[in-house]
Design a protein around this ligand. Structure first.
Ligand code: FES
Ligand code: FES
Length: 163
């Protein structure tokens, strides 16, 4: 099967088994290794990307469903002018990352959430994180950083050079 889709703003094609999971195509064919295949069963969220702007688990997304869709990975989340999304800058400025394994997925899920819920409170942020497991259990600091990010009206003032 042939699938044509957009990947981080570029048109790209896939010719193979339509049941191939997106996570394998990203990592093995496109060499985009930000999304992590940790559980491969939809439980951990480490593989989260955005499809048409919505957070989706790449381990559960067959390529056959992606024809004509827009896929964004952590590598493509910056706006082309800035390499990092403001939420990534907020996380770095708050020094919340520990091992980092969960972070690409966490950023992809939460960046979609804050875009759609700029007024979100702490409870709503916690609910939005249920699909993303952090084995280092840094949840409170992550929530603090998201709250700060929303309080700042999006972009924190941290200098990219400092993070
Ligand atoms: S690897 Fe996809 S949800 Fe865990
Ligand atoms: S920072 Fe280690 S799993 Fe989240």
């Amino acid at each position: 099967m042939s699938v044509t889709f957009r990947l981080n703003g570029q048109t790209t094609r896939f010719h193979d088994d339509p049941m191939t999971p997106l996570i394998d195509v990203l990592r093995r064919e496109k060499f985009l290794t930000g999304a992590k295949p940790v559980c491969r069963e939809g439980f951990c969220g480490a593989c989260t990307v955005q499809v048409d702007g919505e957070a989706q688990m790449a381990c559960l997304k067959p390529m056959g469903l992606l024809d004509g869709r827009e896929v964004t990975t952590i590598e493509g989340l910056g706006n082309g002018r800035e390499p990092l999304h403001p939420l990534q800058v907020a996380f770095a400025a708050a020094d919340v990352v520990q091992c980092g394994m969960c972070f690409p997925g966490m950023v992809m899920a939460l960046s979609a959430f804050v875009r759609d819920h700029p007024e979100a409170d702490r409870t709503a942020i916690k609910t939005a994180m249920v699909g993303n497991i952090c084995r280092c259990t840094g949840y409170e600091r992550i929530i603090d950083a998201v709250v700060d990010h929303l309080k700042d009206g999006a972009a924190p003032k941290a200098e990219l050079a400092d993070v």
